[in-house]
Design a protein around this ligand. Sequence first.
Ligand code: ADP
Ligand code: MG
Length: 234
Amino acid sequence: MGAVIALDRIAKVYGHGETAVHALRGVSLAVERGEYVAIMGTSGSGKSTLMHILGLLDQPTSGSYRLDGVDVARLGEGAQSLVRSRRIGFVFQAFNLIPRTTAAANVELPLAYAKIPRHERRRRVAAALAQVGLADRAGHRPNQLSGGQQQRVAVARALVTAPSLLLADEPTGNLDSRSTADILDLFDRLHASGRTIILITHEDEVAERAGRVIRLRDGDVVADTAREALEGRR
Ligand code: ADP
Ligand code: MG
């Protein structure tokens, strides 16, 4: 099967001419199945742009992107949204849960358009909530949950479709240190169970949990380091 993700010279330019912003300047990288990768860099270095391209939320200006061996950057809108809904789970800084609806209904949302029988949907929702340790909160609404619990619901929603890839953009950015630790422990468990995770962060403590750290600066990859090498340097 090879890499889950293979990027070849991905560039992204916003705008034209004098005011053009080169957000990514030819990023090439591969991520293997089961890797846990942190993408780091200062504000404006291109992290979110890269995340949007990886998540098929935006198109690169040039370069190729293979996801599970399929050249996805040039697919049409419909085909892309199908790939996105089946193969990619997203976790955002702001949780993005639907208010006034239960944790279970939030987690079920990505399954709504798939032709999955109701009892099977319920079973998957229960399994995803159990996986994040919230089986007993299925009927709670977001405003009845702590920030850390809301983010765990968001992780369950990301996992319910059994995606090839979990993409998280600053998932602990809005959390206190206790909830941050909970989410990072959860990601460790998901990684141990074979999930492929790409996490964007500007915090060293968060990136330290990953097996590999990729650093961006002004739209270029300036470092790509495996954990063994990181530990060797301490
Ligand atoms: P990061 O997530 O690392 O802070 P971004 O990927 O959001 O960085 O931004 C990279 C660069 O691209 C920045 O200079 C930013 O101002 C610019 N940029 C991001 N989105 C847009 C956009 N929609 N239009 C124009 N410029 C953008
Ligand atoms: Mg960003």
